[in-house]
Design a protein around this ligand. Structure first.
Ligand SMILES: [Zn+2]
Length: 237
């Protein structure tokens, strides 16, 4: 299996609302939060793990392309798991890898998603407090106060996705669900899948607490291979 090309797509993740991607409480600090964000242990700066972005792109594309299985049968162990069908036409298995399928002929995961480094501002985070509400009186319920650390609105992270093209991608077709909704083949089809995945993360959000206001991100300033504007995410697409 011959690799025929590598592209590097760089962009900025801008926090439209505060962002919470959970870290560990290994280093418990007095006065620390119940629910910290993940940070670089050397610099204490929050970052976006590549695995978080890649996993969210995959999950959203699985829903979008009907690769998300939920037939309500408790005996079905595949229910709700990542797609591992390894079919030629499955964009999810080709781009992200066929989940737990050692017989896959599709080859390696086509994208590598790097950890996103905090780009602007400083490493200061905010602590958000939440509580449950008594449905009758409308007051806070005793004992329900909890807190969560978040990267504040406006923070920006430098992101990078490496796209690897293999010879057997020549036969791959993909029609964009968003943007220009056009059909693409080969190298372009791989990039079109990435563009749709990123768009879906912008629409749905990243990290925890999304349904309560956290995690709205926008992706900007796309560059392909260091210089040119990325055609799949040029302004207006
Ligand atoms: Zn699949």
């Amino acid at each position: 299996m011959l690799r025929t090309g590598i592209h590097i797509i760089t962009f900025i993740a801008h926090c439209e609302t505060a962002l919470h991607i959970g870290g560990s409480q290994d280093e418990m600090q007095i006065g620390g939060t119940d629910n910290p964000v993940i940070k670089n242990p050397a610099t204490d700066a929050p970052y976006i793990p590549g695995s978080s972005l890649k996993g969210k792109m995959r999950g959203e594309l699985e829903k979008e392309l009907g690769r998300f299985k939920l037939d309500g049968n408790p005996a079905d162990r595949d229910d709700g798991r990542p797609c591992g069908c390894a079919r030629e036409e499955c964009a999810v298995c080709r781009i992200f890898g066929a989940h737990y399928n050692p017989d896959s002929q599709l080859g390696p995961s086509r994208i590598l998603v790097r950890d996103g480094r905090l780009r602007s501002g400083n490493a200061v985070t905010e602590i958000k407090y939440e509580t449950a509400i008594n449905r009758i009186g409308g007051s806070a319920l005793t004992g329900t106060l909890r807190n969560s650390e978040r990267v504040p609105e406006g923070a920006e992270f430098q992101m990078e996705i490496v796209v690897q093209v293999y010879e057997n991608d020549d036969a791959f077709h993909y029609t964009r669900r968003y943007g220009d909704q056009s059909g693409y083949e080969g190298d372009d089809a791989l990039q079109a899948v990435v563009a749709d995945g990123l768009y879906l993360v912008e629409v749905t959000g990243l990290g925890g607490g999304i349904s309560r206001g956290s995690g709205q991100v926008s992706f900007r300033d796309f560059k392909l291979d260091g210089s040119s504007e990325w055609q799949f995410r040029s302004s207006g697409s």
